[in-house]
Design a protein around this ligand. Structure first.
Ligand SMILES: Nc1ncnc2c1ncn2[C@@H]1O[C@H](COP(=O)(O)OP(=O)(O)OP(=O)(O)O)[C@@H](O)[C@H]1O
Ligand SMILES: [Mg+2]
Length: 462
């Protein structure tokens, strides 16, 4: 037995005596054990728990999932731990089937202590090699966990888990600050590509020519300054995933080149005619309404249809307010932990205030407000109402102003109206922040470059 435990084990058997005796043996050896009398309960808990070792009975009773069914589900989910199949039938064909499906070993009932210990030892040998990598990964995965037990967040998580295992591109949409980047990370770490680095690029943050060379790579001498060849992100991310953030900001000409890579999985680096094959899973995100952009001629229709087969819509916070207490707790805990501060709770009046706030900047705005309130609370044990500043609290007043203005009542196509409102809102925020781009961008939940593009687009002078 290795010195460092504790491994997490699950024992799934419909015979209570078996679960008790196996749990005892494992616990004695320092394992953290959970036992289940049926596979259904085990699968339900799997969302919250990770296991290194699973003892799985083949026959779990009539009308129930069998051990082989569970084995298949585990493999589909990309489970890479050690599975020991147990069976009372001494049925060699079941054993072969289980091993074919990816089980590591087969334990025949009735078994004795020695046999169980041999299985455990075998597992520990292989686990020693994988343990370090796995614990690192589970740490990363919990960092990218999407918090929220509302049904809408639950369905987002389910969608992520479902599409994670595919190779198809995924489009993540939603307003600013709703968690698109977090969802992209989560998607990568649920996929079988999780052992490799997730590559990322923010399309809004760099110029078109730099974007082209960074994405597709180049040969030496392809342009002035190209002193040595570069493989480009698609090639670098082969076998892994590439997160292309703010895809709505991409130049139409580059979109044509991107379409080819997404469709053919082939890249043509700048300055060469040799095509390179890649195996890169693309994850796209945007806060723009791409169908509107397609209509306006800013986004290629063929590219849109290629990337939106699997679309994950991140809901605005106002549509899952019930998650605010849970989100607030996690945000405060993470921030306090990262900054070595004592963890504080929120006064109920604060939660009440938060539950009524519109949160145009979504979860990012909630996070900013909570962090400020935490700092404001100084030495007090509790974060109270007076520490909380509801930023852009004038929103409802502004909205009612807009509602009564001509802008609201004059009829024009929705896309046009949206742009007019966006322009007005940006102009108002810019005035409010005295023309300061950095603070305006922060209040709008945008990166400065993105705001700058919008100002250019709308002809607003900062
Ligand atoms: N469900 C969630 N659980 C925990 N934290 C979340 C959740 N959703 C978002 N956050 C946090 O909110 C912040 C904003 O999220 P993120 O950057 O992913 O948003 P975004 O949709 O990409 O925004 P933008 O469009 O402005 O780029 C991050 O700090 C993120 O960790
Ligand atoms: Mg983002």
């Amino acid at each position: 037995m290795t010195e460092s435990t504790s491994f997490r084990a699950a024992v799934i058997d419909d015979e209570k005596d078996i679960t008790i005796s196996l749990s005892r043996i494992l616990e004695k050896q320092g394992y953290d054990v959970t036992s289940y009398l049926a596979g259904e309960g085990f699968l339900e808990n799997l969302k919250k728990k990770f296991y290194d070792l699973i003892f799985l009975d083949v026959n779990l009773g009539p009308q129930k999932l069998s051990g082989i069914d569970i084995l298949k589900i585990l493999k589909e989910k990309g489970f890479s731990g050690h599975i020991i199949i147990i069976s009372g039938n001494a049925d060699i064909s079941t054993a072969v089937e289980a091993l074919k499906q990816g089980a590591s070993e087969f334990l025949e009932k009735p078994f004795n202590l020695k046999e169980v210990q041999r299985c455990i030892k075998q597992f520990e040998k292989s686990a020693d090699l994988l343990k370090e990598r796995d614990s690192l990964l589970s740490g990363i995965m919990s960092r990218y966990e999407l918090i929220g037990s509302s049904s809408i967040m639950e369905s987002v998580r389910k969608q992520i888990e479902k599409v994670a295992l595919l190779k198809e591109p995924v489009l993540i949409t939603g307003e600013s600050g709703t968690g698109k980047e977090l969802a992209a990370n989560s998607l990568h770490y649920y996929s079988q590509r999780r052992g490799k680095t997730l590559y990322r690029i923010n399309i809004a943050a760099i110029t078109d020519s730099l974007l082209e060379s960074q994405l597709f790579g180049y040969e030496k001498g392809a342009f002035s300054g190209a002193e040595s060849p570069s493989p480009g992100l698609f090639k670098a991310a082969t076998g892994s995933s590439l997160f292309l953030d703010e895809i709505g900001e991409m130049d139409v000409k580059l979109q044509a080149k991107l379409l080819r890579v997404v469709q053919e999985q082939e890249v043509l680096p700048l300055g060469t005619s040799d095509v390179i094959s890649v195996d890169t899973r693309c994850i796209f995100a945007t806060n723009r309404n791409l169908p509107d952009e397609v209509k306006a001629g800013n986004f290629r229709e063929d590219l849109y249809y290629r990337i939106n087969t699997f679309e994950i819509m991140m809901p605005p916070l106002r549509d899952h307010r019930e998650d605010i207490p849970q989100l607030a707790e996690k945000i405060l805990m993470d921030f306090s932990f990262e900054n070595n501060l004592p963890c504080k709770e929120l006064d109920s009046a604060v939660l009440e205030k938060l539950s009524e706030f519109p949160f145009p900047g979504n979860i990012r705005q909630l996070k900013n407000m909570l962090v400020k309130a935490l700092i404001e609370s100084g030495k007090e044990d509790l974060i109270k109402s007076e520490h909380l500043v509801l930023e852009s609290g004038k929103t409802s007043q502004n909205i009612s102003g807009i509602v009564s203005s001509d802008l609201f009542w004059e009829t024009s196509p929705l896309a046009e109206k949206k742009r007019a409102l966006e322009r007005l809102y940006i102009q108002t925020q810019l005035n409010k922040h005295g023309g300061d781009l950095k603070s305006t961008a922060a209040s709008l939940g945008l990166v400065v470059n993105n705001l700058y593009r919008k100002l250019k687009e709308y002809g607003i002078n900062p």
